[in-house]
Design a protein around this ligand. Sequence first.
Ligand SMILES: *Cc1c(COP(=O)(O)O)cnc(C)c1O
Length: 488
Amino acid sequence: MTIVANPGDIDRRLLMDRSVPGRRAFTLPESDVPAQEMPDSSLLRDDLELPEVSQLDVIRYFSVLSQLNFSIDTNFYPLGSCTMKYNPKINDELASLPGLADIHPLQPDETVQGALRLLTSLQDDLGEITGLPGVSLAPLAGAQGEYAGLLIARAYHESRNDAGRTVAIIPDSAHGTNPASAAMAGLDVVTVRSDDSGNVDVEDLRELADDRTAVFMLTIPSTLGLFEPNILEITKIIHDTGGLVYADGANLNALLGLVKLGDLGVDICHSNLHKTFSTPHGGGGPGSGPVMVSNELAKFLPKPVARKTENGYVLATPESSIGAINGFHGSFSIAARAYAYIKALGLEGLRSVSENAIIGANYIQAGLRDKYNLAADRYCMHETVLSATRQKKRGVAGLDIAKRLLDFGIHAPTMYFPMIVDEALMVEPTESESKETLDHFIAVMRQIDDEINSNPELVHGAPHDLPVTRLDEAKAARKPILRWTADE
Ligand SMILES: *Cc1c(COP(=O)(O)O)cnc(C)c1O
């Protein structure tokens, strides 16, 4: 038999397929305890098929497995709406220092003064960055920050005997969590349209805002990656009716050091530390979505809030707090990463984060706009939303383009979101990618557009070289195969 050289090939056999009877990955010392009787045989299987493999088999198997997924450490990951940028590894190390990692939430305040000082300082920095000085780090996700912020809005109206305000006005371009959080907070959701340029339709908003308006929720930058140019007019319309303005600042990395939400008339916002401030987002992993409010609303913040007192740092409960929204004080290790990130960059550094994020997205937009339609043909902020409608007319959908990108080692952008854009491909390069990477992405996207003319099957069939190609996503969700069986 001839062995064919296949440079760079890796062994993708499953662990079970590497099994050799009798092979072991461990050695145990001889037992020095009395043998125990086995349980009743009706509780035992005669035969349990387990892989019999060496240590090296196990290591190679899991190492290969860990490389089959795209990750931010291996591939460009331009996933819009959910910032997937490079986060310095040193912040993981700092958050793992024993004084930060080996403490317990039930420890007395006087034994964790350093940690409480860190939380206090992070609260101050987030207050400064957003221009909303009342900060609680308690929420465990962006959506929970929204929920807390909306409960604050309700508590504020109730405190003024104005509880008839039960409506949340939300643009059709909002992030999906916004209407969901509003409904959970017991508010009725009313949708305001976007106009042709992707802005909130101000005339529509004027009609909708009245004495039932509890809050207007604006994702900023919008899910179209746009700054809302009429924001001052909008906040005035809402304030004139007695409502509050909520800004979804999950992706603050377009605004850092450039715009303070409080200066725009925003009363409440949240931000995702696990997008903007050095913790990766994804996998449903731990999150942190601090809620920030104006001075006037600070007394309603969820507890606890870290404070400096004459007797040192403490975890305090604001005067009219909406209460606890989870067990303790939020995700401490994510707060520690955010603290390290903000202190290392300083205000100048933070501003350059945003400037680079915005320049990167606009560079890509400019490099592709003659080939791909834009959701809004104007400067974008940290992300650009392309629309593959011209490609669709030639028989290739946004999904096919996203799959073809995988062949070039590029993670797919966010697809078919926001839903108000046909064939949306939402691209966020982030501030941490080099010009060479952006040029490569632009070149690949242009080449894929050419391939649609010359060889559409190539795009339809993509990806071609990955361990799994096109998944039946409905079947994967309904009938997941979670373990190995001999007959699969
Ligand atoms: C990610 C995101 C959210 C939700 O954050 P989670 O931590 O996933 O709950 C809300 N709004 C916007 C704009 C987001 O990008």
